[in-house]
Every structure is written in C-alpha cells, then in structure tokens.
Write a protein that binds this ligand. Structure first.
Ligand code: PRP
Ligand code: URA
Length: 209
C-alpha cells in the first residue's frame, strides 16, 4: 500500500519556507530547489539494498557495502521536474534519466504529453519520478502510468509540495508507489493551485511570469 512520507528535516523546512516567499528571486528559488532535492534524494534512497563486495584498502582486504542491482532511473516531469533532477544527480551521478514532457491544460487541468524518452530496461530498475508539485495529481498519475506501460514495476514519487486532494488521488491510482514530499499543504484552490503553496513552480524556477 502506498504511503506519503513527509520529510520534516529542519533544513528542508527552512529552505522550503524561503522558496514559498514571493519575494524570493528566480536565482534563489532555483538554488534552494537544487539544495532541497539533495536532501529529498537522501530520504528516498535511504533503504536501497546493499551487497557486500571485496575491496582492498591500503591496509587490508574487506567486505564493503555497495549499492545492489542496476543503476536507478530518475524520471523528470518537465519542465519543473528538472529542478529536482539536478540535485538528485549530484548525489547519484551514475543514475539513468527519463524525461516526460507534460503540461497541465489550464482549463481542464488534464496533462498534455509532448515528449517521452526513457531507458529501455525500466522493468529491471528502481524508477524515482520527480516533480516539485503534486496538485490535482493528474500529471503525476499520467507520468507513472506511462512508465508502467513501458515496463516499470518499482517506482517512487518525489515532490516538494503536495495538496491533500492530490495525495489521496495518487494513492488511489497507484497504491504501489510511495510519495516523498517536504509538505502537504491545506488545499487546492478553484484553479488547481496548491494553497498556501509557492505559486507556479516552473514559472518561479525559470522566471517566465
Ligand atoms: C506543474 C507541476 C506539475 C503539475 C502539477 O507543471 O510541475 O507537473 O503542474 O499539477 P497537477 O498535479 O494538477 O497535474 P505545469 O503543467 O505547470 O508545467 P511546467 O512544469 O512546464 O511549468
Ligand atoms: N503547479 C504548480 O506549479 N503549482 C501549483 O500550485 C499547482 C500546480
């Protein structure tokens, strides 16, 4: 059964509060998102399986723990997902990357796909889907379904902010995919924006509004 993990680390919460502030610059917003993504990555990978490997230190041979299995995949929902992707790749530089281009139609709030590219063997890898915002959850649900249709069977979803409505809908659609988020806010407004939220993540990241 899927679950929403709230990453309540004080550094995450402090940085998120600065990001929410409408006075924070585009440059500051991007930098903070990258910094938080490193901390979220630490949490979402906390229980990755390890195997022992024989290595030689300068002093002795030893059994040393190393990550088991194939390299994991980060799947970024464009375009705001790339803000989380950057920090995640700093921590796991050998990860493979999938890109899913989706935008939310402002009238219907339904996702419209314009790009998809992913590694071939998704069925053999852990896939961590990243997007800062889980609002109605329409985009995240569609992205996860697209990855499942391509074979992914071991997925996690990481965001910065979620609405309670989006969390409930996502869990209903994908009960096997745990959510990691820095906060679950009060509600969605009539335009599908998270309240109090931080506004439009893509626009704030790239200065497009
Ligand atoms: C934002 C956000 C999510 C989506 C969340 O993207 O990055 O992908 O909205 O909303 P939902 O949960 O209601 O689907 P947007 O569509 O604004 O595209 P952008 O990243 O290109 O700005
Ligand atoms: N997308 C955003 O960027 N912000 C919201 O609050 C909702 C969807």
């Amino acid at each position: 059964m899927s679950k929403a993990h709230v990453v309540d680390h004080p550094l995450v919460q402090h940085k998120l509060s600065i990001m929410r502030d409408k006075g924070t610059s585009t440059q500051g917003f991007r930098r903070l998102l990258r910094e938080i993504s490193v901390l979220l990555c630490y949490e979402v990978t906390r229980d990755l399986p390890l195997v022992m490997q024989t290595i030689e230190t300068p002093l002795a041979e030893m059994q040393a723990p190393t990550l088991a299995g194939k390299k994991l995949v980060f799947a970024s929902i464009l375009r705001a997902g790339n803000g989380l992707l950057e920090g995640m790749l700093e921590l796991v530089p050998s990860a493979r990357v999938a890109h899913i281009g989706l935008y939310r139609d402002p009238e219907t709030l339904k996702p419209v796909e314009y790009y998809f590219k992913a590694p071939e063997d998704l069925d053999a890898r852990l896939v961590i889907v990243v997007d800062p915002m889980l609002a109605t959850a329409n985009s995240a649900i569609a992205a996860v379904q697209r990855l499942k249709d391509r074979g992914a069977n071991n997925l996690r979803f990481v965001c910065l902010l979620a609405a309670p409505e989006g969390v409930a809908k996502f869990i209903e659609a994908h009960p096997d995919v745990p959510i990691y988020t820095a906060a679950i806010d009060e509600r969605l407004n009539s335009h599908g924006y998270i309240v109090p939220g931080l506004g439009d993540a893509g626009d704030r990241m790239y200065g497009t509004k």
